[in-house]
Design a protein around this ligand. Structure first.
Ligand code: 3DU
Length: 212
């Protein structure tokens, strides 16, 4: 049984508020990222928060520890409850994000393996498994692992155990189905298949039911 996270990669406040409003009651969290925040500013978090749905900032943070801390301060100061970070910058950069999240009562999720074909160049195999181990050692709350390669997500689940969560992108537009991965993960992330639908509420409802 997995939660449903809406990847709200739309542009502009009115479209974001429209889709989020339509999906209220059908999604467990909203994931925002560069497309939306660069088109609206971080103030969009306050607009979306009115719906009472937790907001996770997918900025795939990847810098030195001090810069990571500064980014996280902005994210949590704006009202987000979670941050998604990369791990390949090393244990100290990762620790900066985990610490900042926990200082604000938030959560930190760590990208270990990505869902697109090009992830197979670097973000898979031993690299991904080492990053999963590092995420666990850092005290992160969870990892991001691909719905498009459920067998890999199963391996990463074995590494982190059951005390951490897995959120999994790749369902819908990237070709994966909720049924492929739901037994390994705590949440599926769906973007285009919901926000590009003529009826986002019904689309979200269907994914929610299928993720259960
Ligand atoms: O393909 P969709 O439209 O369902 O969107 C997937 C979202 O998840 C999108 O925001 C993307 O940036 C994010 N994501 C991945 O797709 C793959 C990853 O490995 C990590 C995040």
């Amino acid at each position: 049984m997995a939660d449903l996270l809406l990847a709200l990669d739309v542009k502009g406040k009115s479209e974001a508020v429209r889709v989020a409003g339509a999906c209220t009651g059908e999604v467990d969290a909203i994931k925002i990222g560069y497309p939306l925040v660069l088109s609206t500013g971080l103030g969009i978090v306050k607009d979306l928060a009115k719906a009472g749905i937790p907001i996770i900032a997918d900025f795939k943070v990847a810098d030195i520890p001090n810069t990571n801390s500064l980014i996280c301060e902005e994210v949590f100061g704006a009202g987000c409850s979670g941050i998604i970070t990369h791990a390949f910058c090393g244990h100290d950069s990762l620790a900066a994000c985990v610490d900042a999240a926990h200082d604000h009562g938030g959560v930190c999720f760590v990208v270990c393996e990505m869902s697109h074909p090009g992830a197979l160049d670097f973000l898979t195999g031993e690299n991904a498994e080492r990053m999963a181990g590092m995420a666990k050692a850092a005290g992160a709350d969870g990892i991001i692992a691909p719905a498009t390669r459920p067998e890999r997500t199963a391996i990463l689940r074995d590494i982190i155990g059951t005390s951490m969560k897995i959120y999994s992108p790749g369902v819908g537009a990237q070709g994966a189905q909720p049924e492929d991965v739901k037994k390994y993960v705590d949440g599926i992330i769906v973007g285009r298949a919901i926000y590009e639908s003529a009826d986002p509420k019904s689309a979200a409802h269907e994914f929610r039911v299928r993720a259960r």
